[in-house]
Design a protein around this ligand. Structure first.
Ligand code: DGJ
Length: 768
């Protein structure tokens, strides 16, 4: 519901539904924020108006003689410099060489239905039922004429979305050096959670108290980045996973971003969200307009889990391309970690056969199929298939993969070029360069300048031709270096990328696109508007993934998180983890397999087959159920997902201490009085894991390094202790103790033999 009401203190706007409420009021022509958070009533405006209560001392008055007209103390939903508000500005312009923020005052309002006014937008937008409040402001500054500022507030089922537009109707250019998508002055004490890291260490949550120094969450590497995801949270000091107030902020944008939070003396925290400002000086020529990306804002009174639920619903229903909304993702096999650049058609077909046998549905050929791409020094930019590796071409391979009963998918890295490529040799001027600087390489590659039309056309035509010829059903769109440019060029690059993605995949909605940028260097809502899933990290070690996927889960639903079982020991951490844990972690995402299946032990093959069968049975719950992070002791992680018929719970631990405590399982949100059956997923144990211990229990002596044990290990199916119980939803919410973990003395078959990095996956169903 969006309401507008004229009162003697100004025009009031209420934007609210069951998920969020936002109350705004014009005051001195500015936009005052009366409230953002719990849904309330427009009639509450008067009680919430703090503007008359504030303003004294050395403050500067906006209206001479009106002591309350101090903009520095009024909570606002848009802010400017040089008019007495000394907090952070939402806008900075250059006009005639002078810095100006405009002194914009309210001019008009309009309530728009659905996508009205977005037709000529260059940005990706959320789609789905919504209403939009459009507020237009005009500048009082004598340095700006015929410029209009438009603030949009769109109400979706679970979130509020904001966008800012600046239109130049004057006869001279104006330059944007800063234009935020959203500004809110929120009342309260907050903790800010950001999601940071780097390559193979993305999305680690970090918390800091919001105080008087400004906290900035930004990216400057041209992408939304693995360093600082654009999404962040502000939570009340007492907020936990299931209680307390939490605000979530995100941006539908894949480039440099800026978010900040700073508390001021009046007890408000100013929160800004928008594009990165570094080096930005964007010319808006007469007749043109500048659009910011959409900022997404959600609120929850039910802690972080409540907030995640709202964000997940929004992404699943309004962000991912329509054709993929609530559609189960195929179980994929990806060739990368198993083959890297070294493969032949025969090898790929052998993998495809095995992938099919264990239950995969989609076979993806990753890097290395084109040009002289035998390592990462050559070939990027070229699209001619490497006939030495694939004598029958992509068409031949695709036909054979299809004949195996699998879908066929292909990797591309279209934004990049190796100097050793036909593309670069023919068009060295297509490279994205920073004026005056040398070209610097990242993974031996340069980026193509997507701001150039001829470059965009080349990519669209080359990729489209391959997709159509080879009947490709899935694309992994990779990008493996940071940008050499900043400011305007970096902004235009992202718009160029969106145009390219729209032109290739718009007409081919059946293709499943997976985003990737060295793993999670571009995991954001902008990419998700085109790609229903994104490869979360090149790090597939399940223990590392606990932090990465946990971080992602605050803002992004499991359906969007690419998660694969890979080999152990892991290629990056050298950590050995049981197959059961690799599977249990990967279940919580867009699941796949990514290691060399040739030479797989019989026991592994059997386990993988059962694992995939289990996943398929529960896939819809894993990908679209209601996700929660549950409490767990001693650094353990507990993830829960609840679908219509069942709840699935993963309990993961890292290092097993000697003499481990009894472990407790907590399951939230069930019907208190209902009886539930709790069963652990059957898991295999490897005989070899017991090493020299075996001599204590076997009647014959066996060499722990010898052939007998190796053979037994490869073929013998030994099940771990399984857990089963029936109890009420009430007791599950507070926790039940589960079977003991093996710790040296004695052994009984119900015991869970987990060692380090063990885990269990529980299914919880109503007892009939
Ligand atoms: C980086 C990706 O994240 C990997 O999964 C793989 O596709 C390689 N690039 C291929 O070069």
């Amino acid at each position: 519901m969006i309401l507008e009401r004229k009162t003697e203190s100004g025009t009031i706007f209420y934007i609210g539904n069951e998920a969020i409420g936002c109350l705004l009021q014009t005051v001195y022509g500015k936009l005052q924020l009366l409230h953002l958070g719990i849904p309330l009533f427009p009639e509450d405006a008067k009680a919430l108006d703090a503007s008359r209560l504030l303003g004294w001392g050395n403050d500067v008055l906006y209206e001479d003689g009106d002591p309350a007209s101090c903009l520095d103390t009024i909570p606002l939903a848009w802010s400017e410099n040089r008019i007495g508000d000394y907090r952070e500005s939402s806008i900075e312009l250059l006009s005639g060489g002078q810095a100006v923020s405009g002194d914009f005052v309210f001019y008009s309002s309009e309530i728009l239905k659905e996508e009205e006014g977005e037709e000529d937008s260059c940005m990706p937008h959320a789609r789905g039922t919504h209403e939009t409040l459009k507020l237009v402001f005009r500048p009082l500054s004598s340095l700006l004429r015929d410029i209009s500022l438009e603030l949009r507030f769109s109400l979706f089922e679970t979130v509020l979305v904001r966008q800012t537009l600046l239109e130049n109707r004057s006869e001279q250019s104006v330059f944007v050096t800063k234009l935020m998508s959203s500004c809110f002055d929120l009342h309260g004490d907050f903790r800010m959670s950001t999601f940071d890291g780097g390559w193979i260490r993305e999305m680690h949550r970090h918390d800091v108290p919001v105080t008087f120094s400004r906290i900035v969450n930004e990216s400057t590497n041209g992408s939304s980045s693995n360093r600082h995801n654009p999404g962040f949270l502000l939570s009340a000091a007492d907020a936990g996973e299931d209680s307390g107030e939490v605000y979530g902020f995100n941006l539908i944008w894949s480039g440099n971003h800026y978010g900040s939070a700073q508390r001021t003396a009046t007890g408000y925290t100013r929160v800004l969200q928008g594009i990165g400002q570094e080096d930005l000086c964007y010319e808006i020529v007469p007749g043109a307009r500048f659009e910011t990306p959409d900022a997404v804002i959600a609120w929850s009174g039910d802690g972080y889990n409540g907030l995640s639920g709202k964000m997940h619903r929004f992404v699943n229903s309004c962000i991912v391309p329509e054709n993929w909304r609530y559609r189960e993702r195929p179980v994929l096999y990806n060739s990368w970690e198993g083959c890297m650049f070294s493969f032949t058609e025969t090898k790929l077909l052998s993998l495809a056969k095995k992938a099919k046998k264990i239950g995969c549905e989609l076979f993806v050929l990753d890097d290395g199929w084109f040009g002289a791409r035998n390592d990462d020094h050559a070939g990027l930019g070229d699209y001619s298939v490497n006939r030495r590796k694939l004598p029958g071409g992509l068409e031949g391979l695709s036909r054979k993969v299809h004949a195996e009963g699998l879908q066929f998918g292909l990797w591309f890295e279209p934004e990049a070029v190796n100097p050793d490529s036909d593309c670069y040799r023919a068009h060295p001027d297509w490279v994205l360069s920073s004026p005056g600087n040398r070209d610097l390489y990242g993974r031996n590659e340069l980026l193509l300048d997507l701001t150039k039309k001829e470059v965009r056309d080349y990519i669209v035509e080359s990729v489209s031709a391959i997709l159509d010829r080879a009947a490709v059903e899935y694309v992994k769109w990779d990008m493996n270096r940071c940008s050499p440019v900043s400011g305007n060029k970096a902004y235009d690059y992202v718009l160029g990328l969106y145009e390219v993605l729209g032109r290739i995949f718009g007409p081919r909605p059946a293709i499943l696109l997976e985003g990737c940028a060295s793993g999670g260097n571009r995991f954001d809502l902008g990419m998700l508007c085109f790609a229903p899933q994104i490869w979360a990290s090149d790090d597939t070690d399940p223990i590392e993934r606990l932090d990465i996927q946990n971080g992602l889960s605050y803002l992004y639903p499991l359906s969007t998180v690419g998660a694969h079982i890979s080999a152990a020991p892991h290629s990056m951490t050298l950590r050995s983890t049981p197959m059961s844990t690799r599977a249990n972690v990967s279940f919580f995402g867009a699941f796949g397999i990514e290691f060399d299946l040739d030479g797989m032990q019989a026991v592994d093959e059997a386990e993988l087959k059962e694992t995939i069968t289990f996943f398929k049975k529960h896939r819809s719950t894993f990908q679209f159920g209601r996700f929660r992070r549950n409490p767990a002791e001693n650094g353990a992680v507990c993830w829960q997902v609840t679908g219509e018929e069942e709840t699935l719970c993963g309990l993961f631990h890292r290092l097993l201490p000697a003499g481990p405590e009894i472990e407790w399982l907590r399951v939230k949100g069930l019907e208190k009085e209902m009886r539930y059956r709790v069963e652990s997923r059957p898991q295999l144990l490897r005989v070899k894991q017991f090493g020299g211990l075996l001599k204590h229990i076997l009647p014959v002596r066996i060499d722990p390094e010898g052939a007998v044990l190796r053979i037994a290990d490869h073929h013998y199916k030994m099940m771990d202790g399984q857990y089963s119980a029936v109890c009420s939803g009430a007791v599950l919410a507070s926790g039940i103790p589960i079977h003991k973990r093996f710790s040296g003395t004695g052994y009984d078959p119900s015991m869970r033999v987990q060692g380090d990095f063990g885990s269990n996956l529980f299914t919880i169903t109503k007892e009939q």
